[in-house]
Design a protein. Structure first.
Length: 429
């Protein structure tokens, strides 16, 4: 036991350099070529800033590095232009991002770079106007209302608070593609305006999909759902447990204390006792990879673990030279094709973010870049007046209904598993 504990502290310290915190809330005119990341900061776990801001997907935060700028370097790979079959009338798209926010500019630039990479691939007859905002919901709303008067489609904003302010204002007169989930104060679902499509990355959606993946058409299964006090983890646990119960199954939620970056040892001992007494069929871990390793070393591998994309601490290209995470062997998760499938048709079609030397790119920055790609593809289809369509996107399989009745957006992410210490995609369920 002591040997496992010592190993747990060493491994947790090592992997903390792999796990990336990101933050979120997100205007200029973009001409033709787009620039991408010439360098990005190393990934560092900073749990103290996790709860400051709510991003489209998580509350993670990337520290701002004055030497790093996503606008400095070009996208390196050449992009072959496809033949545009459908003739498109001139369309103006406003891309609404928080580039005037010191804490969110890097996040905004990742989305912008992905959006423009997809635009370069299929520009059609579209003009993209970048609209820069700051942090505040009021600033975002004012910029949105102005952009809607000057453009045919608005893509953005990138923050829950901004998207919520726009939805609550009710003056959504142009097709609007929000890159964040709406955030009702009372936790209830908010009515989405008819002209607004919500397609932000969502840790809650991932958790619900995990529950459906493992619990659909099953009976009698009991699951534990575990988090720390980080708000994105609490949201994930709540979403999983709610969906699990909707499937007619039983769940128990537990919150583990943290101290100096480590899970409380007494809490782990108590968890193991409960596992022995209640014998759950699986444990949903709303944790990052470092925390899950600590958990696994303490409780053993008898009960299957499953979680979200935050269990994948590396960008796809960085796995080749990374240490194997053997302590996560057999752990299942969901992530996007951009992070898992180098041979996926859409993933191969677009250039990846450039990096400087041996520096690793944050996986959350990669996910936001991928969100930008899919956001342009959705906007392009809406510009073509398509009311119902499917896309095999880089963030997942997308199903969209827009322009006739209530809008609908669904994203099915890619299941994966740790095998031989690496994350590998599974067959789609």
């Amino acid at each position: 036991m002591l040997g496992n504990l010592a190993r747990m502290f060493v491994l947790a310290a090592a992997i903390s350099g792999l796990c990336a915190p990101v933050q979120a809330n997100t205007t200029a005119v973009i001409g033709g070529a787009v620039s991408a990341a010439s360098s990005l900061p190393g990934i560092q776990t900073q749990r103290s800033v996790l709860d400051k801001l709510q991003l489209a997907q998580t509350d993670l935060a990337l520290p701002r590095d004055e030497n790093d700028d996503l606008n400095n370097g070009p996208i390196l790979e050449a992009v072959e232009m496809p033949v545009v079959v459908t003739r498109l009338q001139p369309v103006r798209i406003a891309l609404l991002l928080p580039r005037r926010s010191e804490s969110l500019a890097q996040v905004a630039d990742a989305v912008r770079s992905g959006f423009m990479a997809a635009y370069q691939y299929e520009p059609a007859n579209i003009t993209v106007n970048l609209v820069e905002t700051g942090d505040s919901a009021q600033d975002v709303l004012s910029a949105y209302l102005d952009a809607a008067m000057r453009n045919d489609i608005v893509v953005g904003p990138l923050t829950r608070s901004g998207a919520t302010a726009i939805a609550q204002n009710g003056n959504v007169t142009k097709p609007t593609i929000a890159l964040a989930q709406l955030d009702a104060a009372d936790g209830a679902d908010m009515r989405v305006p008819t002209n607004m499509l919500v397609m932000g990355l969502s840790i809650e959606d991932e958790a619900r999909q995990v529950a459906d993946w493992l619990g659909a058409r099953k009976t009698g299964l009991k699951a534990f759902a575990i988090s720390t006090n980080a708000s994105w983890q609490r949201r994930a646990v709540k979403a999983f447990a709610t969906e699990w119960r909707h499937l007619g199954l039983t769940s128990e939620t537990m919150e583990l204390g943290m101290s100096s970056g480590f899970i409380n040892a007494a809490a782990l001992v108590q968890l193991k006792k409960r596992m022995q007494a209640e014998k759950p069929a699986l444990i949903f871990v709303a944790l990052d990879a470092a925390q899950t390793i600590q958990l696994r070393l303490a409780i053993g591998g008898d009960v299957p673990l499953v979680g979200t994309s935050q269990l994948n601490p590396l960008a796809l290209a960085d796995w080749a030279g990374a240490d194997k995470l053997l302590d996560l062997e057999g752990v299942r998760l969901l992530d996007m094709p951009w992070q898992l499938q180098s041979d996926h048709a859409a993933v191969m079609a677009y250039p990846h973010l450039a990096k400087s030397g041996e520096q690793r790119i944050s996986p959350d920055i990669e996910r936001l870049y991928a969100l930008g790609i899919d956001a342009y593809r959705v906007a392009h289809n809406i510009a073509l007046k398509q009311n119902e369509f499917n896309l095999d996107g880089v963030t997942g399989k997308l199903a969209i209904r827009f322009g006739q009745g209530a809008p609908h957006f669904d994203r099915v992410m890619q299941p994966a598993i740790y095998r031989d210490g690496n994350v590998q995609p599974l067959e789609t369920p």
